[in-house]
Design a binder for this molecule. Structure first.
Ligand SMILES: CC(=O)N[C@H]1[C@@H](OP(=O)(O)OP(=O)(O)OC[C@H]2O[C@@H](n3ccc(=O)[nH]c3=O)[C@H](O)[C@@H]2O)O[C@H](CO)[C@@H](O)[C@@H]1O[C@H](C)C(=O)N[C@@H](C)C(=O)N[C@H](CCC(=O)O)C(=O)O
Ligand SMILES: Nc1ncnc2c1ncn2[C@@H]1O[C@H](COP(=O)(O)OP(=O)(O)OP(=O)(O)O)[C@@H](O)[C@H]1O
Ligand SMILES: N[C@H](CCC[C@H](N)C(=O)O)C(=O)O
Ligand SMILES: [Mg+2]
Length: 496
């Protein structure tokens, strides 16, 4: 595509050099530039992409997008805001793929990955071709790849959406993180449905306050439904959790049709008579398309919310309640979410991805409900992330656990020992005596100790890393999988 065609998408911009220069790809990271690419210089939070313009050109960049002139001899498109230009250019370059599929975006502090998996299971169960994008994986046609980010930057997002559209995808179901909304990664995407799971504390390192965090998530809804076309297949929906106070604000902001789900409040899709066991959950679901009794393999009240979101999203696509029920009931636990680790031991070991105070409250209160013996919890807090959530996570784990093994969870560039110390005030506040918790920076050792202490009827919950297969220390990712390590610890203990 010619540089001048991309320039024509931006009202206030100008070209320095030959506008007929052809670019064959788009890139925002100089280290990934290939010959013929257009390199966009983004002024980021850590560094300024303009500094890497020369490197990008050395690697073969045919042209640049810049906010100011740089001393490099290739044609340049000068824009006001290169992050905004990135979304506009990416959408145009890849031919607006989100218009060729029905996009379902899920935002919220917890439950995004789980809800997207459930929606995917129901829609694909009906024979629709689905694509999935989120924390664990990206699925395009039959190809599945692991992900490093929850929501991709606009250039990567649009490129993959193009691939999804090209393989004939009917529905793209994707997680939309608050970082993505705030940084404009999904600008230009046309969503059919925006789903809100819940809002509780996380990411205050980035957003600063809960108000700003709430507002970032609100962008998914405030951009939804502004155009009424009269066509039912072009209707847009804001699917909101009636039990979460933030929903009222999102309902006001959106022009889309608001549909609610919930348990405690009046809602369009509501669960009643909830019965939770360690094997699954039963509930009656009263909807605008009838009533049905569900028996799912997913454990916990929080998973009833995730199920309701998925049921409502599917009903809005015209799927019959019976069909929704049979697909949902067939779903097993999502990878690393209350996943059972079984190496023949006489007690239950679960690996879960709870890494926020509310996530831990949900996971642990659920476990507590069906534990006859003691709850032994292994957990930590991520480095280079919201520090204020650390004592809160300490407090909530202490509330539900009989023994706590406080350990590392991706210390990243921080001192692991200091992160543990940041957690302790919350444990102390809960009144847990010192002999019932240990600080063990080495996660393997912490898991081994918890497994060594467990007796029949106890439950060991290893929280925070779920599906992750690494432990990031000082910027280096070391192989580490809680499920594998737990199995090794069990085998070590029960070896004859
Ligand atoms: C806060 C945040 O999301 N920051 C992202 C953002 O960083 P930034 O704008 O500050 O960029 P920067 O690092 O200053 O770099 C500026 C520019 O220089 C470029 N550069 C940099 C170095 C170089 O050698 N060459 C080069 O070209 C970069 O590619 C970038 O375009 O853009 C970068 C490039 O795309 C991302 O790598 C970076 O993700 C950081 C590392 C990150 O950790 N993000 C996490 C918090 C995140 O996004 N998490 C959410 C999930 C949250 C949830 O679970 O709810 C997610 O969606 O994954
Ligand atoms: N609806 C929910 N409400 C509260 N907690 C939940 C909910 N669903 C899941 N959780 C808890 O949060 C953890 C993470 O769930 P999930 O991966 O689905 O969330 P997510 O929003 O995708 O997280 P991330 O922001 O890291 O992508 C689970 O392991 C569980 O402990
Ligand atoms: N998407 C979340 C995941 C946190 C997972 C936890 N294991 C950690 O590293 O803190 C984040 O980037 O904050
Ligand atoms: Mg996720």
């Amino acid at each position: 595509m010619q540089l001048k065609e991309l320039a024509s998408q931006l009202a206030v911009s100008h070209i320095l050099g030959d506008g007929e220069t052809v670019v064959t790809g788009i890139q925002t990271d100089s280290r990934k530039v290939r010959p013929g690419d257009l390199f966009l210089c983004i002024s980021g939070l850590v560094t300024d992409g303009h500094q890497y313009a020369a490197k990008a050109v050395q690697a073969g960049a045919a042209a640049l997008v810049v906010e100011h002139d740089v001393d490099v001899e290739v044609p340049k498109l000068v824009v006001k805001d290169s992050r905004y230009a990135m979304a506009v250019i990416a959408c145009h370059f890849y031919g607006y793929p989100s218009r060729e599929m029905k996009m379902i975006g899920v935002t919220g502090t917890n439950g995004k990955t789980t809800s997207t998996y459930l929606i995917d299971a129901i829609l694909s169960g009906q024979g629709f071709r689905t694509g999935l994008m989120g924390t664990i994986q990206m699925k395009i046609g039959s190809q599945v790849t692991d992900m490093e980010r929850t929501t991709l930057e606009a250039v990567d997002l649009q490129r993959h959406l193009r691939q999804m559209a090209d393989v004939g995808t009917d529905y793209c179901i994707m997680e939309v993180s608050s970082h993505a909304l705030d940084l404009g990664r999904v600008k230009g995407c046309r969503f059919r449905t925006g789903v809100f799971t819940n809002l509780t504390q996380d990411h205050l390192d980035y957003h600063g306050t809960m108000e700003r965090y709430q507002a970032a998530k609100g962008l998914l809804f405030s951009r939804l439904g502004n155009e009424f076309t009269g066509r039912s297949d072009e209707r847009q929906f804001a699917l909101l959790n009636a039990d979460d106070p933030a929903s009222a604000e999102y309902a006001k902001q959106t022009a889309a049709q608001v549909v609610t789900y919930g348990i405690d409040s009046e809602a369009d899709v509501r669960a009643e008579r909830i019965e939770i066991s360690s094997k699954g959950t039963r509930f009656r679901c009263v909807t605008f398309k009838g009533t049905a009794d569900f028996q799912t393999k997913l454990v916990g009240k929080f998973n009833v919310y995730n199920s309701l979101a998925a049921i409502a999203a599917a009903l809005l696509e015209g799927i019959e309640l019976d069909a929704v029920k049979s697909s949902l009931e067939a779903v097993h636990a999502v990878d690393g979410r209350l996943e059972v680790v079984d190496a023949g031991q006489p007690f239950l070991v679960l690996v879960d991805y709870a890494h926020t105070p509310d996530g831990l409250d949900n996971a642990l209160s659920t476990v507590k409900q069906f534990t006859k013996g003691r709850v032994l919890c292994v957990f930590g807090c991520g480095g280079d992330r919201d520090r204020t959530k650390r004592p809160l996570m300490g407090k909530v784990t202490a509330k539900y656990s009989d023994y706590l093994y406080v350990t590392s969870d991706n210390p990243r560039t921080e001192d692991p020992g200091q992160i543990l110390l940041d957690i302790v005030p919350g444990i102390e506040q809960s009144g847990m005596p010192a002999e019932r918790y240990e600080l063990i920076a080495d996660r393997r050792e912490a898991i081994e100790k918890a497994i060594a202490r467990a007796t029949p009827d106890d439950v060991v919950l290893i929280a925070g890393k779920g599906h992750e297969a690494y432990q990031e220390i000082m910027g280096v990712k070391h192989d580490f999988d809680d499920r594998q390590v737990a199995k090794e610890a069990i085998r070590g203990r029960f070896r004859d």
